[in-house]
Write a protein that binds this ligand. Structure first.
Ligand code: HAM
Length: 418
C-alpha cells in the first residue's frame, strides 16, 4: 500500500501554487510600504514558550499542540502560531537595541491538532505582521489600514473588519469578575465545556458555538462598559483614526480571542463565505507579552491571516500562470541537439521555453505546443538545419517566418518581447 500524507496536512499542488505565490508576493509588497521587514523563525520551539504566551487554559495549549520530547528529553512543540516565536527571537537577538520600533512580518506553516474541515487544517499557513514598540492608537489604525489594504489589493471584498477592546491588567479583572458572576447564575444552561472553563477562562464562554451558551450569554456584561479611562480613550482614538483614513469596521463587543496575550485592541477580518471558519485574519495588541517572556516592557500589536482561507476566497478568481513563450518542435538527432541548445540559452535569459524529449512526431509535438498554449513554435528539422534556418510559427494566426539559425536567440527575443 502506498503511503499517504497526514490527515489535515495538505499538499499545495502546482495548480494552486500561483495563487499562493500571488498572496505571498502581495504581502511582501504591501507590508514593505508600511516599513515591515521579514523575519523567519523555526517551526519548532520549546513548549514552555507557547504555554507562557498563549496561556495554559486556552484550547490551543490544552488540546491542540503537537508536542513531543526529542532525543535529549526536551519538550518541543510545532508552532501553533507565529507571534510567540517572533517575540522570542525579538528578545533573544535584542532587536530593541537596533531600533526603537520593530516592524516585522512572517509567513509559513503553523500546526494545531484541530478537527479538520473546510478552512480548518492541522498544518495551515499564516502570513502575519507584528509592530513592536509603539502603544499609540494611531499604530493600531495603521495595522488595520495595512490589513484592509491587503484585502483590497488581492481582490477579496467579501470580508468585514470587526474590532473590540479587551482592556488591560487594570480593568480586565473587574470585567472578568462581572462575567463570572453573570455566568455563575446560569451555569445549568452552559455546555459541559463552558461549565468547566467559566472560572479559568470566562471570556471564552462568550465565543462558544453551542446554542444554549449563545442564548444564555446574550445579555452578558460588555467588556467595553468595563474599560478603565486609559483603555477607553485608547479605543476611542483607534476608532477616530480609522474614520480619518476611511477604514471600515464594526465594533463587536463579544469578540474574544483564543489566545491569552491580548490587551486593548483586538480585531478579526470575517467573511460570510466560509461557513464556521469565518475568521480570515485576526490579531490585536499584546502590550504585556514581551515583558512576560523576559524582554523589556515594550508594547506590540499584530495579526495573522490564514492563507488557506484566503485561497478559498480567491478560488473564483482566475490567477492563471502565463503559458510558455515558445515551444521548439525538432525532428532528427541533430535538430533536437540544436533545439536543446537554443532552449537552454533562452531559458538562461528568463524566457519560458518547452520542447519534447520523447522523440515524438512533429504532429504530436505541435499538439503539445497547442495544449500548453504557447504563443510561438519554432520548427527545426534536418532540412532547416542544413539550410541554416528555422521556421517560426505564430500559434494565434498560423503565420510563419523564416529565421536564420545564426544569432537565432536574439531574433527570438525580439519577437517574443514584442
Ligand atoms: P489566530 O486567531 O489563532 O491568531 O489565527 C489567525 C488566523 O489563522 C485565523 O484567523 C485563521 O484565518 C487562521 N487559522 C487559525 N487556525 C487555523 C486552522 N486550524 N486552519 C486554517 N487556518 C487557521 C493567531 O495565530 C495570532 N498569532 C495572530 C496575531 C498576530 N495576533 C497578534 N499578532
Amino acid at each position: 500500500m502506498s503511503i499517504t500524507g497526514i490527515k489535515g496536512m495538505n499538499d499545495i499542488l502546482p495548480a494552486d501554487s500561483a495563487c499562493w505565490q500571488f498572496l505571498e508576493q502581495q504581502a511582501r509588497t504591501i507590508f514593505a510600504a508600511y516599513g515591515c521587514r521579514e523575519i523567519r523563525v523555526p517551526v519548532v520551539e520549546k513548549t514552555e514558550l507557547f504555554c507562557r504566551s498563549i496561556g495554559e487554559s486556552t484550547d490551543i495549549v490544552e488540546k491542540e499542540m503537537y508536542t513531543f520530547t526529542d532525543r535529549s528529553n526536551h519538550s518541543l512543540t510545532l508552532r501553533p502560531e507565529g507571534t510567540a516565536p517572533v517575540m522570542r527571537a525579538f528578545i533573544q537577538h535584542k532587536l530593541y537595541n537596533t531600533d526603537q520600533v520593530s516592524k516585522l512580518y512572517y509567513m509559513g506553516p503553523m500546526f494545531r491538532y484541530e478537527r479538520p474541515q473546510k478552512g480548518r487544517y492541522r498544518q495551515f499557513h499564516q502570513i502575519g505582521a507584528e509592530i513592536i514598540g509603539i502603544d499609540d492608537p494611531r499604530i493600531d489604525a495603521q495595522v488595520l489600514a495595512m490589513l484592509s489594504h491587503y484585502f483590497d489589493a488581492v481582490g477579496i471584498d467579501d470580508v468585514s473588519l470587526q474590532i473590540n477592546s479587551l482592556g488591560c491588567p487594570q480593568c480586565r479583572p473587574g470585567y472578568r469578575q462581572a462575567l463570572v458572576d453573570y455566568l455563575q447564575q446560569r451555569l445549568e444552561q452552559l455546555c459541559p465545556d463552558c461549565q468547566r472553563r467559566y472560572l479559568s477562562n470566562p471570556l471564552r464562554v462568550l465565543d462558544c458555538k453551542v446554542a444554549g451558551c449563545k442564548q444564555s450569554t446574550a445579555a452578558a456584561p460588555s467588556v467595553l462598559d468595563h474599560l478603565c479611562g486609559d483603555c477607553a480613550d485608547h479605543f476611542t482614538s483607534v476608532q477616530h483614526h480609522l474614520d480619518l483614513i476611511d477604514v471600515d469596521y464594526t465594533i463587536n463587543n463579544r469578540m474574544v480571542r483564543g489566545l491569552d496575550y491580548y490587551t486593548r485592541t483586538t480585531f478579526e477580518m470575517v467573511t460570510g463565505s466560509l461557513g464556521a471558519q469565518n475568521a480570515v485574519a485576526a490579531g490585536g495588541r499584546y502590550d504585556g507579552l514581551i515583558e512576560e517572556l523576559g524582554g523589556p516592557a515594550l508594547p506590540g500589536i499584530g495579526f495573522a491571516m490564514g492563507v488557506e482561507r484566503l485561497v478559498l476566497l480567491l478560488q473564483e478568481r482566475d490567477i492563471s500562470v502565463p503559458p510558455p513563450a515558445l515551444f521548439i518542435a525538432a525532428l532528427g538527432d541533430n535538430a533536437v541537439s540544436a533545439a536543446f541548445t537554443i532552449m537552454h540559452k533562452l531559458q538562461r535569459q528568463g524566457i519560458h521555453v518547452e520542447m519534447d524529449f520523447g522523440g515524438k512526431s512533429l504532429k504530436a509535438q505541435m499538439r503539445r505546443a497547442n495544449k500548453l498554449g504557447c504563443r510561438y513554435t519554432l520548427l527545426l528539422g534536418e532540412d532547416e538545419l542544413a539550410s541554416g534556418t528555422a521556421q517560426l510559427k505564430n500559434m494565434n494566426d498560423s503565420s510563419q517566418n523564416t529565421l536564420q539559425l545564426a544569432g537565432i536567440e536574439e531574433q527570438l527575443r525580439t519577437v517574443l518581447d514584442a
